[in-house]
Design a protein around this ligand. Structure first.
Ligand code: SAM
Length: 245
């Protein structure tokens, strides 16, 4: 049964991707995708967020453990998107939202207004690979959910994370990743990766993100592979956890 639902998903993906591939060929797709993606993501991510809710609740229950002795928890989120993680942050936390795409701001501001238990610093439009506006060792916690799949360089992003974290601070992540190579999911991920990347604004279906996390110089890394029951099996395999600087 799942096989037929996967085939239906894949056919719709191809149909969606056809005009995108054509515009990409003409060099017109990237700026258009940046504008369209936030509206598209706000709609298609509703199911995803519902499935991830329990995982996030458990993961983010540990955020407060990393608050410094002198004041509220300082959180910086990479690729905030529509701001779906804010309800999980502890009351009074100071949150800096960053994203490479300025067209998410409308959704971000709405979500910020709805989460008045938090204090928001000015939003930063900046790629995770270059957070030069953020000081060294200035935040307690960095968060990334479904972002490392899209950055140009996971290694550069992690270097920035380690630079801005205070010693003893933590990087919390929940990311979809490449499946086990001995599975149908892996084969489908490989087949659909180019179309997926086009439709989902640069998102890689088959990234082995855990390898970069394990290589990065965190003093401690708690990383778990999980298979989430997400409707689209292509995005089932995830990694979840945190690394301590
Ligand atoms: C799939 S969305 C996830 C949004 C949000 N983190 C969530 O969990 O709902 C990916 C987000 O990463 C952002 N993004 C993509 N490349 C990025 C980069 N190099 N640096 C920072 N953000 C990036 C996108 O603009 C988008 O907001």
């Amino acid at each position: 049964m799942w096989f037929f639902s996967d085939v239906a998903t894949h056919l719709s993906l191809w149909l969606l991707a056809l005009p995108a591939h054509l515009l990409d060929f003409l060099g017109l797709w990237e700026p258009l995708a940046m504008r369209l993606f936030p509206h598209f993501y706000a709609k298609v991510s509703i199911d995803y967020h519902a499935v991830m809710h329990s995982y996030k609740k458990k993961l983010f229950s540990r955020l407060s453990d990393f608050a410094g002795p002198s004041g509220p928890l300082k959180v910086l989120e990479l690729g905030c998107g529509t701001g779906s993680n804010f309800p999980f942050y502890p009351r009074g936390a100071k949150v800096t939202c960053t994203d490479a795409n300025p067209h998410f701001q409308e959704y971000l501001r709405k979500s910020q207004a709805e989460n008045d238990h938090l204090h928001f610093e000015p939003n930063l439009v900046a790629p995770a690979e270059n957070l030069s506006e953020v000081g060294d060792a200035s935040v307690d916690v960095v968060v990334s959910t479904a972002v490392l799949c899209s950055v140009n360089s996971v290694q550069k992003a992690l270097k920035e994370v380690l630079r801005i974290l205070k010693p003893g601070g933590a990087f919390f992540f929940l990311e979809h990743v490449c499946a086990d190579p001995l599975t149908w999911t892996y084969i489908f991920q490989k087949i659909y990766d180019p179309s997926w990347k086009c439709v989902f604004a640069g998102c890689n279906l088959c990234r082995e993100t855990w390898k970069d996390l394990e290589k990065a110089p965190f003093s401690e890394m708690k990383l778990q592979h999980i298979m989430t029951p997400f409707l689209w099996r292509l995005m089932g395999p995830h990694i979840i956890g945190y690394g301590i600087k």
